[in-house]
Design a protein around this ligand. Structure first.
Ligand SMILES: NC(=O)c1ccc[n+]([C@@H]2O[C@H](COP(=O)([O-])OP(=O)(O)OC[C@H]3O[C@@H](n4cnc5c(N)ncnc54)[C@H](OP(=O)(O)O)[C@@H]3O)[C@@H](O)[C@H]2O)c1
Length: 257
């Protein structure tokens, strides 16, 4: 069983890798774009837990990088059976300030990149495409966002749209591959404390205002999302596909709690 995690050097991806290594995933590929030292640290932690791991650079905005990433993962660790698409970027911009190049980059990374990773998963994990030794299918978890359900907070409409597209896509993808041994699920985190959000959450007033909109009254931790993802990857979730799972502290409620 080989697990590939895009954006695996930090935040939710890294927490998922570290947890997976303690839950029976013996071979894990950590994809990174710029964070080579962080990726190497995750690899070292997986190895310390008794697993085998590699850190592989690839920009998921580049189709040729994605194909190479899947090829190199299989070369190093054998047939891929689990994929977590966690690589993603944020964008804070009001609509009146949009520019095309920034929007294109956002959707290329957050949306097209995930779709192309799913294409590679469809091609490689499907029981229909069994090569020598056969293929047993697998699981794909796409990390989208609760933002997609509410249009994002002010300034996050484009980000929200890039993630809402993933939810719809994952449902369709799951139907196509359901009888080929592949499950696909979209996991929607709410506001989680990671490097993506640390600047926003460092401001006490902003943090308090955000927490006031979360039913549980607090932001989440990366390990809480990792727990949900690792469960979705497991056989305990064997009848779950084509759905979205919210891990958001009870969801977003606006106005006073
Ligand atoms: N934190 C939250 O509140 C929250 C909420 C909902 C959804 N999410 C989603 O959860 C996922 C993980 O985010 P996170 O919170 O864990 O933040 P994070 O620590 O910033 O993780 C995102 C990772 O994606 C990588 N990445 C970005 N662009 C990439 C590219 N083109 N190719 C390959 N890797 C790329 C980043 O590496 P580089 O910096 O080197 O590019 C980074 O390691 C993202 O998809 C995010 O949208 C986060």
């Amino acid at each position: 069983m080989t697990l590939l995690i895009t954006g695996g050097a930090s935040g939710i991806g890294a927490a998922t890798a570290r947890l997976a290594a303690t839950r029976g995933h013996r071979r894990i590929a950590i994809n990174y774009r710029s964070r080579d030292a962080q990726a190497r640290k995750v690899v070292a932690d997986i190895e310390a837990a008794g697993g085998q791991a590699v850190a592989l650079p690839a920009d998921v905005a580049r189709e040729d990088d994605i194909v190479k990433l899947f090829d190199e993962t299989e070369k190093a660790l054998g047939p891929i059976t689990r994929v977590v698409n966690s690589a993603g970027i944020g964008l804070h911009a009001r609509v009146e300030d949009f520019d095309g190049a920034t929007l294109a980059r956002l959707f290329t990374v957050n949306t097209v990149g995930v779709m192309l990773c799913c294409r590679e998963a469809a091609r490689r994990l499907s029981t229909k495409r069994s090569g020598p030794g056969g293929h047993a299918g697998g699981v794909v978890v796409n990390v989208s966002s609760m933002a997609g359900t509410i249009g994002g907070r002010p300034g996050a409409s484009a980000y929200a749209a890039s993630k809402a597209a993933i939810d719809s896509f994952t449902m369709g993808f799951a139907k196509e591959v359901a009888q080929e041994g592949i499950r696909a699920v979209s996991l929607r985190p709410g506001m989680i404390e990671t490097e993506m959000t640390e600047r926003t959450l460092a401001d006490r007033e902003t943090r308090a205002a955000i927490e006031a909109t979360i039913a549980m009254g607090r932001v989440g931790r990366a390990d809480e999302i990792a727990n949900a993802i690792v469960w979705l990857l497991s056989d305990e979730a064997s009848f779950i596909s084509g759905v979205t799972l919210d891990a958001s502290g009870g969801g977003f409620v606006f106005g006073k709690r």
